[in-house]
Ligand binder design. Structure first.
Ligand code: EZ4
Ligand code: CO
Length: 402
């Protein structure tokens, strides 16, 4: 099976997505997601200018070889642009492999370890009361796990507080908006949020929270300690996740379960966190880390250390990534939870997919390959629109993590 054509499709059905579509001499096609929020065109150019010429004429059956060829062959090693591009190729090759063999990809990864995939949704609001009310709506929709993010008193905007019910989209068209940030106001708020949520929702639902890299290990230890008694499922990105030493410090101060790694793009950024059991869940996705091929290796490394997958699944990862992630989630033994932010109806129309939400779980479906496609004609009606993630500043004007 030879690759005969490779198209890079950039579209914006509500937000920007970069998609790779491979065609073969056997008449089959495969799709992969290469979206890097706020830096989309860098990956599109990397694919178009530097990867597509290497794909035409290649044997589409050789997934591992192609992955190694693209990573080692680039010489410069992994980085967010490179691995997002390679991930799209890898996903498309797994899609093709499944279609060629008439099997859903999870059958090729060892078959199902579970019947369905536990997901968490995003409840948010301008204050504690609104956030808890949103969480109640998620619970009524059947969610068994809910992430809580609330507006912070004194700050006009806060990470995780979105536009619209059941939909959160942080990127803004145009140049980056600037948000204010106060660690003190935030640390005062979050324990109150968890207290109110447990009082209203009870204990029969998992609660999660994302600190989005903004705390020092000492601050995160203080927060984690205060959240312990509310039995959070996890505290995500309590500190900058690139500094592995920080997690040693954090572990000494709190027993709160820790999730990290949505920005990781290789096993080298997480191996110590896993082998020293410094974290509990890996957010590393099929897209950011370079595809299904490397994510399976990461999952297998983590399994004996009792570290589980808790994959990133924000709206900036297209339905192609969600479909691919679910193939891994249902197959690997050490799966924990999958983030699930619903895409807009427009996005779902451009990317028809098999997976379905029901009763708090996602069900990946059983069609051959990944179970997702792109409607290229419809995609062409939604051209790219420049958009950036926000930038944050402290009260004195210092830039900080958003
Ligand atoms: O901010 O994917 O846990 N989820 C997250 C996301 C990220 C976005 C950035 O593009 O942290 O909402
Ligand atoms: Co996050």
């Amino acid at each position: 099976m030879k690759i005969t054509d490779a198209r890079v499709i950039v579209c914006s059905p509500g937000r920007n997505f970069v998609t790779l579509k491979l065609e073969t001499d056997e008449g089959l096609h495969g799709v992969g997601d290469a979206t890097l929020n706020g830096r989309e065109l860098a990956v599109a150019a990397y694919l178009q200018e530097h990867v597509v010429p290497l794909l035409i004429g290649r044997d589409a059956r050789r997934i591992e070889d192609t992955w190694q060829y693209l990573l080692k062959g680039s010489y410069w090693g992994p980085g967010p642009v490179t691995t997002s591009a390679i991930a799209a190729v890898d996903m498309a090759l797994w899609d093709l492999k499944g279609k060629a063999l008439g099997a859903p990809v999870h059958e090729l990864l060892g078959g199902r370890s579970r019947d369905r995939v536990l997901v968490y949704g995003h409840a948010n609001g301008r204050d504690v009361a609104e956030t808890v009310a949103a969480a109640e709506r998620y619970r009524d929709l059947g969610y068994r796990a809910i992430r809580l993010q609330s507006g912070v008193p004194g700050l006009e905007q806060a990470y995780g507080v979105g536009r619209g019910e059941l939909y959160y989209e942080p990127a803004e068209p145009g140049l980056p908006p600037e948000h204010g940030w106060s660690t003190e106001a935030y640390l005062d708020l979050v324990p109150k949020l968890f207290n109110a949520a447990r009082n209203t929702l009870g204990w029969d639902v998992h609660l999660l929270h994302d600190a989005h890299h903004r705390l020092t290990p000492t601050e995160a230890g203080w927060l984690g300690h205060r959240l312990e008694d509310y039995r959070p499922f996890w505290l995500e990105d309590p500190i900058g996740d690139l500094l592995q030493d920080g997690f040693v410090h954090l572990r000494r101060q709190t027993r709160v379960p820790v999730a990290v790694g949505e920005i990781f793009n290789s096993v080298y950024q997480l191996h110590r966190l896993v082998t020293e059991q410094l974290v509990d869940y890996l957010r590393t996705t099929v897209l950011r880390t370079g595809g299904i091929t490397p994510l399976m290796k990461i999952a297998h490394l983590a399994d004996p250390y009792q570290v589980r997958l808790g994959s990133h699944g924000a709206t900036d990862l297209s339905p192609v990534t969600m479909a691919a992630a679910l193939q891994v989630d249902v197959a690997v033994h050490n799966f924990g939870i999958q983030e699930y932010m619903r895409h807009s109806d427009q996005t779902d129309e451009v990317f028809p997919h098999d997976y379905r939400f029901h009763g708090g779980y996602l069900h990946p479906g059983d069609s051959p390959g990944l179970g997702v496609d792109i409607d290229e004609d419809l995609a062409a009606k939604f051209p790219y629109e420049r958009a950036y993630l926000p930038v944050s500043r402290l009260a004195d004007g210092t830039v900080t993590w958003w």
